[in-house]
Write a protein that binds this ligand. Sequence first.
Ligand code: ASP
Length: 453
Amino acid sequence: MEIVVCKFGGSSVATNEELEQIVAIIRKDTRRRCIVLSAPGKASGHTVKITDLLIDASKKALANQPFAPVVDMIKNRFHSIYEPLNLSADAIDTVLSDLDARFSTPRDHTEKFRDCIVSAGEDLNCRLFALYLASLGFSCRYVNPKEAGMLVTPVYGDAQPLPDCALGMAGLKQICAETIVIFPGFFGYTTDGDIATFSRGGSDLTGSLLAEALDASEYENWTDVNGIFSAHPGIVDNPEQIPALTYKEMRELSYMGFNVLHEEAVKPVMRKKIPIRLRNTNNILNTGTLIVSERLPSERDVIGVASNGGFCSFTLQKFLMNREKGFGRRLLEIFEELGLSYEHCPSGVDNISVILDQDQLKSEVVNSIIRSIEEQLQPDEIKSEFGISLVSVVGEGLVHKIGFLTKAATALSNAQVNIKMVNQGSSEMSIIFGIDASDEKKAVRALYDAFFS
Ligand code: ASP
């Protein structure tokens, strides 16, 4: 049986109208048998997400401060969503009583307690949605991640699925064959039976793990935008929507700041080459953006232009550097020992640069880096630079294209953007330019015009 897993994000479950829209979406395609929901997000008149209210309430409870007003806000929010859908106040209260039970659990392990509370947003929403769907005559069933076997590491607030997590949930196939499954996102259970949540936005990962477990024909991820655009709409006016791109291209774009899916959500579906389709709950006619393992070569070479700021670089010059064995290793070790991760490491004949996310650095660390490099590697010169932006042109196989780099560099030069670094990498799917932060928007527009207009 063909199954499509559908995950609906916080904005898609924020009001009663949105939930009606979800029902219309389920009706349209009988393959939509596994529905993953987030907790209600922001909506007009509701400026705080349910998950943030739960975080707040758990903190207050742990600090022995009054938390009941926050719990009341959460309950009222659920009533405001589900009462207009004709669920009785009593039926809603019966489901919501679970929240009071959670606050009565032991608080000695603060992180376990926190996750038990914070996961309630997804859990209660799914229990209520299953009641609503059943009231419309659908055959459906709320399935708890424990029952399904969604096993995760005991890292509270940042759990990872255990290696065979999806394999252990294969039993869900049978349930999906019989009825529509309503499954809460964002959390799983440790092997000790405790709730542990993924990092924020983790419902995307739940959907992906279920798609893997169910051998889904597609994983639909429904949000409030039509799909992925070729450039940030805040920088380029009306950028093109990308019809299809590969998992790897998406990774390149999200690395450069495209806020598309939770980073860890790609791995499970990638293992089984299950396509992800990003879609807009409020614009069903738009077919969204498809993310696949391979795309047709006839489609665009360049799929998007992305940028990200806040990088710094340390550049060393040393005559005959290439003859010194272990130079690069020793340089990178200095960063490792200071607990810093690096992003890029472009090199020339007698020079090498290390590019890092500058948010990791404090001023005293900058001095330690320079001192260690001077002591351990004796460079002829060392230079640090801050406020670098990276602009990237992304597309599978584009580095094989003759003239591509010239086209990009010409566009930047015509726009008077000074290129400080070029990194073609070995991925063969992006070229990254290091430029001054003040040139970032200009550079994105120039590259977009060169490749898309
Ligand atoms: N509700 C959680 C959050 O706000 C998880 C999710 O929506 O994916 O991060």
